[in-house]
Unconditional design. Structure first.
Length: 318
């Protein structure tokens, strides 16, 4: 919607799979007003020929790739969808951008790439070679694939490491969403690592605003890039990586308290150990994003949770 209101003509792709409630996906699509320059195509990015035909026909100037199989825990039990969507699908997008002469590819990476790193806050200067899940590994692979295409074909690419995106119309497998459902139904919520966790919760409106700003900031090769001491976030090629987060990690138990207050109901806690693939803390250093594109998050966790709860009650008629 933000791109449409900014005057872009937008083509949206989604395979509308059953990873979560299909009706929610369709209702979300239905929010896009009629009369706007928007075309939706049901399509799977892992289908090479279909994607090739799409780029040949539509000739997009800009591409934002948010398509991926999401979820850290799901990747442990179901690895192959991550290979199909996150690796093969992203490869097809890169090829389409290459042959289509796309001016700028912006793609979703993830805070999960920081993996076993415990140096807080997470900085784009840090090593990300120790992922804790296949999902994280595919996102790191996306960054490497994009750099290769940027270097070989001068395709401008920007990767955004998103930090715990939340808000209305979000994914029902996210903790704030599942907690809301369970609290209202009087069911226990699973609290991993006995609640000793922090997340850099980032409200959807801030994510959208930052992503659009980045789209308009086409990267150039860094003339000061030193091959003897290479910075991982930039390159001699037209390539850039940013963290995009709220820059203010919140304790999991604090988020639950805010959610309880918004719902007017206490949670029943089911304390569990830390799960495979999880990290205890995420915290985004966003200095480069602030200085280079003027990004500034504006929605704190209290306001963001209140907005989500209002949407949830309206959507589910509670």
């Amino acid at each position: 919607m933000r791109l449409l209101h900014d005057g872009y003509h937008v083509i949206g792709l989604d395979n509308i799979n059953s990873y979560y409630d299909v009706n929610l996906k369709l209702d979300r699509l239905g929010q896009i007003g009629k009369g706007l320059p928007f075309k939706f195509i049901k399509m799977d990015i892992s289908d090479r020929e279909v994607i090739k035909d799409l780029f040949r026909k539509e000739r997009p100037h800009f591409v934002i790739n948010l398509a991926a199989q999401a979820g850290v825990r799901y990747s442990i039990q179901n690895p192959y969808p991550y290979v199909d969507s996150n690796l093969l699908g992203f490869m097809n997008v890169l090829e389409g951008c290459r042959w289509g002469g796309v001016q700028h590819l912006v793609f979703a990476s993830s805070s999960s790439v920081y993996g076993a790193n415990t140096s807080i806050p997470f900085s784009i200067d840090q090593n990300v070679d120790h992922p804790l899940s296949l999902y994280a590994a595919t996102k790191k692979a996306n960054e490497l694939m994009a750099h290769a295409y940027s270097s070989l074909y001068k395709l401008p690419c920007t990767g955004l490491r998103y930090f715990t995106v939340y808000g209305p119309w979000g994914r029902p497998d996210m903790s704030y969403f599942t907690f809301t459902r369970s609290i209202l139904e009087g069911k226990p919520i699973d609290v991993f690592n006995r609640g000793d966790m922090k997340r850099d919760f980032t409200y959807i409106d801030d994510i959208v605003g930052g992503t659009v700003k980045v789209l308009q900031k086409i990267p150039q090769g860094n003339l000061g890039w030193d091959a003897a001491m290479p910075r991982p976030d930039s390159s001699y090629a037209p390539y850039k990586i940013y963290n995009i987060g709220n820059n203010a990690p919140v304790e999991l138990m604090k988020m639950i308290e805010i959610l309880e207050d918004a719902l007017g109901k206490k949670a029943i806690m089911n304390y569990l150990p830390l799960q495979d693939g999880d990290v205890k803390t995420t915290f985004a250093n966003i200095d480069d994003l602030i200085s280079n594109v003027g990004f500034k998050p504006s929605v704190g966790i209290q306001e963001g949770i209140m907005r989500f709860v209002k949407w949830y009650k309206d959507y589910y008629h509670i």
